[in-house]
Ligand binder design. Sequence first.
Ligand SMILES: [Zn+2]
Ligand SMILES: [Zn+2]
Length: 433
Amino acid sequence: MRKPTKWIAALLAIVLLLSGCSVSTVDEATKPTETINLTAVTSAPTEASTTATAALTTQTEAPTTKPTTVPTTAPTIKTAPTTTPTTVPTTPPAKTSFSVHFIDVGQADAALVECDGHYMLIDGGNKADSNVIYSVLKKAAVPKLDIVVGTHAHEDHIGGLPGAFNYTTADITLCPVKNYDSNAFEDFAKYATQKGGGITVPKKGDTYSLGSATVKILGVNGGSDTNDTSIVLRIDYGKTSFLFTGDAEREAEQAILSTGEDLSATVLKVGHHGSDTSTSYPFLREIMPKYAVISVGTGNSYGHPTEDTLSRLRDADVKVFRTDVQGDIFCTSDGNEVTFSVTRNAGADVFGGIGENSTQTKPTTAPTTPPTTKATTEPENTPVVEPVGDMVWIPKTGKKYHSSSSCSNMKNPSKVTRSQAIQMGYDPCKKCY
Ligand SMILES: [Zn+2]
Ligand SMILES: [Zn+2]
C-alpha cells in the first residue's frame, strides 16, 4: 500500500512540474504576439489618415500638422498576418475620411463636405459661380451629392447651386423656404425639383448621416429677416465638429441659444461673411471654436469681415482662415484633430503674399493690433498697438513676424500687414520687437 502511494506522489510531482513548465512557455510565446498585434492595430489609422491627406494632394504640399508618421509607417501593415491567427482584427478599422473644401467664391458661401465617399454641398456661391461649383465637383469626381443645402434664399448662397445640379444629382435638397421672389431662387428651385428631389424644409433636431459623420440641424427660420432664416447645422465626425451658420445674424443666434442646444464645435464657418451683425459674444462663447473660416470677397463693398468680428474671434483665441486672403481653404479631420491647408501662395494675393506655412501656425494668444475698433474686453500685456496698415515681414518658414526684412531670424520674407500676420497666427519676433 505504501509503495504505490509514493509512486503516485512522484508521478504527480513530475506532471505538475511539466505542466508548470509548459504554462510558462505559452506565456512567453504569447507576449510577443500581443505586441505585434498592437503595432498592427495602431498603424492602421495612420494608413487611413494617409489616404485622407492623399485626397487633397492636388493643392500644393499642404503642410500637415502632424507630418511625422505619414511616410514611414505604411509598410508595417504587412506585419499583421504573420504570427497570430486568432484574436487579431485582421481587417484594419474601416477606412474613413473627412474633409471640407471651403470654395473661394468671392463675396459668397460654398463648401463641399466629404465623408467616406459621401458628399454634401453647403451653398453654391453666386449665379456666376455655377461654373466654379461644377468644376469643383468634377475635379473631386463626386458620384452624387447625398445632401445639398441652400442655407437661405439669398443669391450669394443658392445662386451657383444649379452648377452642382448640372453636374450631378442630389438625394435631398434642404432650404428654409420653398419660394422666394428672385430669378436666382427660381432657377435653383427648378433644378432642385429636377435633380435634387425637390426642396425639403428641415426642422430643428433633424439629423442626416453622411458616411460616418452626422449632420444635425440646430436651427432654421430663426427670424423673419432672410439672413435669419438660415439653416444652422453641425457636422460631427469623431471628436471633431463643424458648425455652418449661413448668414444667421444675432436674432437667429439668440433663437438657437435659447434652445439650450450644445453648440460646441471645432471649426466655425463664420456667419454672414464676418459681418458685425453675426458671431455675437454669447453665441461664440457657446461654440468655442478652435478655428474659424470666413468666406468673403476681396475688397467687398460691405466691409466684411468687420474688425469687430475679427476682434471677437481673436479674443476667443480662434485661428481664422479667410477665402479673400487664402483662396480655397481645405480642412481635413482624422476624427481627433483637424488640419488646414490653403491654395494661395506667397505673392499671389493682395496682401503681398501669405506663405503656405502660415496655415499651420497655432492660434495667437496675442490680442492685437489693428484698427480703430478694439474689443472692450481686451486685456493682456499686449505690446504696443501699432497703426493700421503697418507692414511687417513674415518668413516662408517659422511662426514669428518681423519688423525688419534683414532680421537674421528670418529667410525668404514676404510683406503683410501686421494685423494680417497676427491673424495668420504669427507672433512678434523677440529680436525685432
Ligand atoms: Zn451671404
Ligand atoms: Zn444672406
